[in-house]
Design a protein around this ligand. Structure first.
Ligand SMILES: NC(=O)c1ccc[n+]([C@@H]2O[C@H](COP(=O)([O-])OP(=O)(O)OC[C@H]3O[C@@H](n4cnc5c(N)ncnc54)[C@H](O)[C@@H]3O)[C@@H](O)[C@H]2O)c1
Length: 331
């Protein structure tokens, strides 16, 4: 029987649970052998679930285990540690393939260091933009490739996630970096490189949340290398039905994409209504493990390098809105 890919997890919280469910369906090719979390109970429960070893400190985990791959599923502010590098760099040093949840860091300096390490050691890498694995994507891309896209309107509007770290800029990065980055990634996936970013943010809509210090709403203007322009809205102030997606306006055609759900396309004599039909989260994890087994990075639709580019757009949005809407050129 072929050797299974031995995986370690840093972080056993919400999104780790999403991946754990997929690993339970990949037992013939991968095995979670070690897990760590600062919250002991989370590490212990996960270890029991997978017959793995529980750790509190990722340094111990990396020192004691011989891992093929590491998943990093921690809050945005916890990647980079002042003075001691961070778990991604340590895992790379040990030759581990790496999957990192989005946003992959809170600074371009750290994200670029990790990217350089992955390239230098030629390690398989992935990042948590699972929407790229939806079965509708090739149809959307094909439809768009034949259209003249003029502008787009993206949005991630809803309520505030309950995790402790979300409501402060210094721990989450704010909504553009933590949530709307899914839309920034998707618009890059569909329309290519972003060359300029300009944003406004506002506060004062949310007045009843303690210890909250980030934007309630923002509007981020984007200019793409292709000539396409667009605005991406974020809002975390409403619990009356959120809305996440992208409206795409083309010459003589229109497409409405609903995040994780499907798209509708309208042309003068043709309407298309397609729903996402696959388990794209499962496919994301299958692709990562298969890429390791087959030594083929091209199986991964959301490599770390792409996540770094989405981060660059989101951080530029923050920088612009923090400076009264200045124009940030990325190229
Ligand atoms: N891809 C997606 O759709 C998606 C969805 C939700 C969250 N996320 C991302 O996943 C990340 C985690 O979010 P979450 O909702 O799972 O948060 P969470 O708070 O539920 O879990 C994070 C866990 O990491 C642990 N942790 C933090 N620092 C650690 C360290 N140094 N060593 C070991 N454990 C450590 C915490 O104790 C916690 O249990 C965030 O960056 C978030 O943006 C992605």
């Amino acid at each position: 029987m072929a050797k299974k890919v031995k995986v370690g997890f840093v972080g056993c919280g919400g999104i780790a649970g999403f991946h754990f469910a997929h690993f339970e369906k990949m037992t013939e090719k991968a095995q979670i052998v070690a897990v760590c979390d600062l919250v002991d109970e989370r590490a212990q429960n996960t270890a029991a679930r997978f017959k793995a070893t529980a750790y509190k400190d990722w340094r111990d985990m990396l020192a004691k285990e011989k891992l093929d791959a590491v998943y990093v599923c921690i809050e945005p502010c916890a990647h980079e540690l002042k003075g001691s590098g961070g778990m991604e760099l340590a895992a790379i040093e040990q030759g581990c393939h790496l999957f990192v949840e989005k946003p992959v860091a809170m600074s371009m300096a750290y994200a670029n260091k990790v990217l350089a390490g992955l390239k230098k050691k030629k390690l398989i890498n992935g990042a948590g933009f699972q929407d790229r694995y939806q079965d509708i994507m090739p149809y959307m891309k094909n439809w768009l490739s034949k259209k003249d896209v003029a502008f787009i309107n993206g949005y991630w509007v809803g309520g505030m996630p309950g995790v402790w770290w979300w409501r402060r800029r210094e721990t989450s990065g704010g909504q553009a970096v933590e949530q709307t980055i899914h839309i920034f990634d998707m618009v890059r996936y569909l329309f290519g490189e972003v060359v300029a970013v300009q944003a406004f943010g506002r506060r004062g809509v949310i007045t009843d949340v303690e210890n909250y210090d980030t934007e309630d709403a923002s509007a981020v203007n984007l200019q793409f290398e292709s000539g396409v322009i667009g605005t991406v809205y974020s809002g975390c102030f409403t619990n009356c039905g959120g809305k996440c997606g992208i409206d795409i306006y083309c010459k003589d055609a229109r497409m409405d994409y609903t995040e994780s759900a499907g798209f509708k396309a309208y042309e003068p004599n043709l309407n298309i209504d397609m729903k996402t039909g696959n388990d794209y989260g499962q496919e994301e994890d299958d692709a990562f493990i298969d890429a390791i087994i087959e030594k083929d990075q091209s199986l991964i639709l959301s490599p770390y390098s792409e996540a770094v580019k989405a981060l660059e757009v989101a951080l530029a949005a923050n920088e612009s809105m923090d400076n009264g809407g200045t124009l940030i050129r990325l190229k």
